[in-house]
Design a protein around this ligand. Structure first.
Ligand code: TK8
Length: 361
């Protein structure tokens, strides 16, 4: 009799587990991405330290999704600050431009209605002309040179120009080397670019560079790019490999040319009002957390920039690597933008920038 009861109980337990199992599988996501959602959710909960009831909420706006190194760096910043302040701050990271695109979010940070943002510098030329030096095509040759700028006196000089505008730069993250993608044809030379409708960031140097190559450039906030490519209102865009892959641009873009024509930072900015209100102790914690998170961000972005080229090929993109001669043709084609913008940026700053890069070799 006892055996029967045990087997009955076992059988019902098994049915229960099967049932709950299939319930959770039903509730669980149907596509392969969604289990990641669950895992990520857990990670988020794991990562979220205990914050105090009266913790000061600090929102950080990100323009890309939760898999991107900009978001991963922001989450690391969250973890460190909450840990080191014992939960006196509740850092909340928002992806996918939920709090606004780069320009809008940065304007809100400047006004003090949003606490922080991780953004490209390129669309901020209205607020920070000095950052345009990063937009000069091919001026940054490699990541070693980039770090020499980011972590050295020239990067500090450029960053410090923001303080008088109500914004404080906490860290230089990496956006990376930008490559051209398009849906129309393989591009191996500037001639191939002629007539292509290319989305650019809202930045005069980017517009001028693609015009110099004969393209038909259209400035647009990042969050509108995927739809514009899907609807063929543009033929292509340019961004680093992690952004192209993590936003699934391969679903609407057939070709990628590894132009590497601009190396851009993502900059972690905090409202100047908020920054000035912090104690010296908290300023130090925020600065250290930002620098630590930048190390993680740059490492992840560089790893993805290498590893994800294969993913793009596997997703069906034709990836064109340029020979040195082919890349020089692009460099020559965009050379006019240097003279066109040197006065606006400042000849002295450009010279300092180039000298820092030279010294890093
Ligand atoms: C995301 C943007 C993006 C940038 C662009 O917020 O706009 O193409 O490269 O990374 O900052």
């Amino acid at each position: 009799m006892k055996k029967k009861v045990v087997s009955l109980v076992l059988a019902s337990l098994m049915t229960m587990s099967l049932f709950t199992g299939c319930l959770s599988s039903k509730q669980a996501p149907a596509t392969k991405e969604e289990p990641k959602q669950e895992a990520k959710q857990e990670a988020k909960q794991e990562q979220k330290a205990e914050v105090k009831k009266d913790a000061k909420i600090i929102k950080i706006s990100n323009g890309i999704n939760e898999q991107h190194p900009a978001y991963l760096g922001s989450k690391e910043f969250e973890r460190i600050v909450e840990e080191k302040t014992d939960g006196r701050y509740d850092i909340q990271v928002y992806a996918n431009a939920q709090l606004g695109d780069d320009v809008k979010a940065t304007q809100d940070v400047k006004m003090g209605t949003l606490e922080m943002v991780v953004t490209s510098a390129s669309p901020l030329t209205g607020m920070a002309k000095e950052f345009m030096v990063f937009d000069l095509p091919f001026i940054v040759p490699n990541t070693k040179a980039a770090d020499a700028i980011f972590d050295g006196p020239v990067g500090k000089k450029i960053g410090d120009t923001l303080d008088s505008k109500g914004i404080h730069l906490l860290a230089y993250y990496e956006n990376g080397f930008r490559n051209l993608t398009n849906s129309a044809k393989e591009v191996k030379s500037p001639e191939d670019v002629k007539g292509l409708k290319i989305r650019t960031m809202e930045n005069p140097i980017h517009l001028a560079a693609w015009k110099a190559m004969g393209a038909n450039p259209t400035p647009m906030p990042f969050s509108e790019v995927f739809t514009a490519m899907q609807q063929h209102t543009i033929d292509g865009q340019e961004n680093p490999v992690p952004t192209i892959n993590l936003n699934k641009f391969y679903e609407v873009q057939k070709y990628m040319t590894m132009t590497g024509h601009v190396y851009g930072p993502h900059i972690m900015l905090i409202s100047g009002k908020l920054w000035e209100s912090l104690s010296d102790e908290d300023k130090k914690i925020f600065e250290e957390a930002a620098q630590e998170s930048a190390k993680l961000n740059r490492a992840k972005n560089r790893e993805m920039s290498e590893s994800m080229v294969a993913d793009l090929k596997a997703a069906g993109m034709t990836v064109t690597e340029l020979t040195p001669e082919q890349q020089k043709a692009f460099q020559d084609a965009v050379q006019p933008v240097y003279t066109q913008f040197e006065n606006e940026i400042g000849k002295e700053l450009i010279a300092e920038f180039k000298a820092a890069i030279e010294a890093a070799k």
